[in-house]
Design a protein around this ligand. Structure first.
Ligand SMILES: Cc1ncc(COP(=O)(O)O)c(C=O)c1O
Length: 370
């Protein structure tokens, strides 16, 4: 009886929803701790590309929120104060910004703003899977464009694929490869196509390369940023788009008016204004990334050149990658493994964390490989 009810509920769902392959995460920390009988404090997330510590402004912001505990009210839906801070940070007016609950929500808003069912979007792969998911949610056809053999984007193939497309999703620097396309190539891409071009710059603070200056002259370009990585605020859920005012106007018709919480908005503003803390975080993670890359190369494992806060490392085979992933997981060291992806299943993606954690990981890898 129960099964029949469950089946009919599935049948009531949209066919587009039923067809979606869900986003895949590694297991939650408490599950890993329980599975291997280890203390939760021993679990280190090398899989989420987040920062090792909260931002230094956290304590003062929590005090500020305690003094003015307005959580019983809806917050200003323009997030004016946060928008002003982001305006100063990006050099664009608040009229050029769409703010939301993480880059993921911004991707969803952009998709809802531009895509009709049966439109085509172009997604160069391998890349972040939410581009596929937000598109499939709207019954949009996802045309993938495979990378070159060195995992870099094939811009000419992207241009060719975009001939009849409504929009291109491009991740720069790319997750999971860590590779960056130069801004001049983004400019060439935008000029060579007629559709919208969305550049997800979740890791731009680590690369120093950005398409932001192009937005002023290219109304078809949307640059998406997040506060989850360089700003150490993944749990606060904050992201934004920099785009033409016409795009902001259209997006405001579909965006949820209050998806950013009062506390997150205050925290985001303080973190964006604390430029010294962001620079310190970025510089130290670049040092850790390079330390990890050198240590991995020393273990005989090739590393893709990265301009992010993570590295993609190649294991000798998919079997070895699976074995190493499991050996690390059993000690609470969580790496990102792509077992279902034939292009990536011999790779592991590793987020740079604090030195002591990185040393612990390298020792675990050395043992697993020997
Ligand atoms: C390329 C890319 N875009 C977007 C996101 C999601 O960002 P947010 O936490 O702001 O939703 C991630 C998270 O890993 C990412 O790697």
């Amino acid at each position: 009886m129960e099964l029949a009810v469950e089946q009919s509920i599935t049948q009531l769902a949209r066919s587009a929803t039923r067809a979606i392959e869900p986003y895949v995460w590694e297991a939650a920390s408490h599950e890993i701790a329980a599975r291997y009988g280890i203390d939760a404090s021993q679990v280190v997330r090398f899989d989420t590309n987040t920062a090792p510590l909260p931002p230094p402004c956290l304590t003062s912001v929590l005090r500020q929120v305690e003094a003015v505990p307005d959580v019983n009210e809806y917050f200003d839906s323009s997030y004016a104060s946060l928008a002003q801070a982001l305006s100063e940070y990006t050099g664009y007016a608040p009229e050029n910004l769409v703010i939301g609950a993480g880059a993921d929500e911004i991707l969803d808003i952009v998709a809802k703003t531009f895509l009709d069912p049966r439109d085509t979007v172009v997604v160069p792969t391998p890349t972040y899977s939410m581009y596929r998911i937000v598109s499939q949610t709207l019954d949009v056809h996802v045309q993938t464009v495979p990378s070159r053999a060195d995992l870099g984007f094939d811009v000419d193939a992207i241009v060719a694929a975009a001939k009849n497309a409504k929009l291109i999703f491009l991740c720069n620097p790319n997750n999971p490869t860590g590779l960056t396309l130069p801004t001049a190539e983004i400019a060439r891409l935008v000029k060579s196509v007629r559709c919208m071009v969305v550049v997800d710059e979740a890791y731009a603070e680590f690369s120093g390369e950005s398409a932001l200056p192009l937005v002023r002259d290219e109304p078809r370009l949307i640059v998406i940023r997040t506060l989850s990585k360089a700003f150490s605020l993944a749990g606060a859920r904050l992201g934004y788009a920099v785009c033409a005012p016409e795009v902001v106007d259209l997006a405001s018709r579909v965006r949820p008016p209050n998806s950013v919480s009062y506390i997150s908005a205050v925290l985001g503003e303080a973190a964006v204004r604390d430029t010294a803390a962001v620079q310190a975080n970025v510089s130290s993670l670049i040092i850790e990334r390079e330390w990890l890359a050198a240590a991995l190369e020393e273990l005989g494992l090739p590393v893709t050149p990265s301009s992010t806060n993570f590295v993609l490392v190649k294991l000798p085979s998919a079997e070895v990658a699976a074995k190493v992933h499991e050996a690390c997981l059993s000690q609470g060291l969580v790496l990102r493994f792509y077992d279902a992806n034939p292009v990536l299943n011999s790779y592991l993606r590793i987020t740079a964390r604090r030195r002591a954690d990185n040393v612990r990981l390298i020792e675990a890898l050395r043992a697993a490989l020997s």
